[in-house]
Design a binder for this molecule. Structure first.
Ligand code: G3P
Ligand code: CA
Length: 326
C-alpha cells in the first residue's frame, strides 16, 4: 500500500516509547516523551483522550485521578463522579469534564508510586500535554537529534467519546493534516482497539494504521453494534485478512505471541506472527515494561539494567519470533 512510506512492514524494526519513558518520568508528559526519544525510541506513543472543549490531550484513560493531582484539588472535588467506560463502572475525574484551561492547571503524578517510588520526585512538575504540544516536541527533537522522532498515536475509547459528542477521528485527521503529517512517510502510526474507528480513519488518513488486539473480550464497537466477534476472532487467519483490508499492522498483547506457563515463564510461541505476516501485516506487540513482566517487586522500580535481566531475556525470545517492533 502506497501510504507505507518509510513506515509499515517495509520499515526497519521499530522501538516505541509507550507513554514516553514511562518507567522514569510521569507517563504522558512532555518530559516523559523527550526522555524516550533521547533514550533512542524511534516513536513516542501518545494515547489520546479529549477535553470538554474538544481538544486532544494525552492520557491513557479518560479517568485522570491516578495520573494527575486532581484528587488533591478542592476546587474540583465536585467533579468526581462514576461513569460507565466501555461497559465498566469507573469512579474518578474524567478528562472530558474539564476544559483545556482547567486541565492545564493540573500536574502529572507517577501512576505506580509503589513500584516506582524514586519517580515521585517528579510529581507536580509537568502539565498534561495537548496533542499539538506533542507534535511540536517531536519536531523540535527531530531537529536536535538529526532523525525523525515518530508519533505512534492511539485513539482511546472512540465510541465512548463519540457517545458524548466528542468524536476523536475528525479532530485527529484535522490535526495531522494541519501539521503536514497526513501523508505517507510522515513517520506516524495510528492504533486503536476499536475496528470501526480504524475503518473510518482508513478513508481519511494516509498514514499506516494498527489494529490493537487485547488478550480477552471484544472491541467495544463490536459489543455496541451486536457484532458477536471477539479479539480471538480477529487473531485468526480470517480476522487478520479482514484487518489487512484497512490496516498495515497488528498490535497484539504480547501474551498472544508467547503465552506464559502457569509458573510465569514463557511458553511456546503461537503462529500469530507468521499468520499476520502472511496477511501482509507488521506485528508490534505490547508492552515491554517492568510492570508487565514477572519480576520481584523490589526490582521493578530499579534503574539498574542488570536488575532487569529477565526483561531482556524475554525481549530476546520475542525478537526470535520475527516481530517487527516493540
Ligand atoms: O495501549 C495499547 C498498547 O499501546 C499498550 O501500550 O503503554 O498504552 O499500555 P500502553
Ligand atoms: Ca497505548
Amino acid at each position: 500500500r502506497d501510504r507505507h512510506g518509510d513506515a509499515g512492514h517495509s520499515e526497519k524494526f521499530v522501538v516505541v516509547g509507550h507513554r514516553g519513558a514511562s518507567g522514569y518520568r510521569p507517563e504522558h508528559t512532555l518530559a516523559s516523551y523527550e526522555l524516550a526519544a533521547r533514550m533512542g525510541a524511534d516513536y513516542i506513543e501518545p494515547d489520546l483522550v479529549i477535553t470538554k472543549d474538544g481538544v486532544l490531550v494525552a492520557r491513557h484513560e479518560p479517568e485522570i485521578g491516578g495520573t494527575t493531582d486532581v484528587a488533591q484539588r478542592p476546587e474540583f472535588a465536585d467533579r468526581k463522579t462514576t461513569k460507565t467506560v466501555d461497559g465498566r463502572r469507573v469512579t474518578g475525574w474524567f478528562a472530558e469534564d474539564f476544559t483545556l484551561a482547567e486541565l492545564k492547571t493540573l500536574r502529572a503524578v507517577e501512576r505506580i508510586p509503589d513500584l516506582r517510588p524514586d519517580n515521585t520526585i517528579y510529581d507536580g512538575r509537568f502539565e498534561v500535554p495537548t496533542f499539538q504540544e506533542i507534535v511540536n516536541l517531536s519536531k523540535r527533537l527531530s531537529r536536535e537529534l538529526g532523525r525523525t522522532v515518530g508519533l505512534y498515536i492511539e485513539t482511546k475509547h472512540p465510541t465512548y467519546f463519540a457517545d458524548q459528542g466528542l468524536a476523536l477521528e475528525p479532530r485527529l485527521v484535522e490535526a495531522l493534516t494541519r501539521n503536514g503529517l497526513n501523508r505517507p512517510g510522515a513517520k506516524v502510526y495510528v492504533q486503536s482497539f476499536e475496528v470501526s474507528n480504524l475503518k473510518e480513519l482508513d478513508k481519511r488518513l494516509r498514514v499506516p494504521l494498527v489494529q490493537l488486539v487485547s488478550g480477552s473480550g471484544a472491541p467495544y464497537d463490536f459489543v455496541r453494534s451486536g457484532d458477536p466477534r471477539t479479539y480471538d476472532d480477529l487473531a485468526t487467519p480470517e480476522g487478520l485478512a479482514e484487518i489487512a483490508g484497512y490496516a498495515e499492522g497488528l498490535g497484539p498483547v504480547k501474551d498472544r505471541i508467547i503465552p506464559r506457563n502457569a509458573d510465569g515463564t514463557l511458553g511456546e510461541p503461537t503462529t500469530l506472527v507468521d499468520d499476520a505476516h502472511r496477511a501482509g501485516l507488521a506485528v508490534h506487540p505490547w508492552t515491554f515494561r517492568a510492570e508487565n513482566a514477572f519480576l520481584p517487586t523490589d526490582l521493578r522500580s530499579s534503574d539498574d539494567p542488570g536488575a532487569w535481566g529477565d526483561i531482556f531475556a524475554e525481549y530476546e525470545a520475542f525478537l526470535a519470533t520475527g516481530i517487527d517492533g516493540v
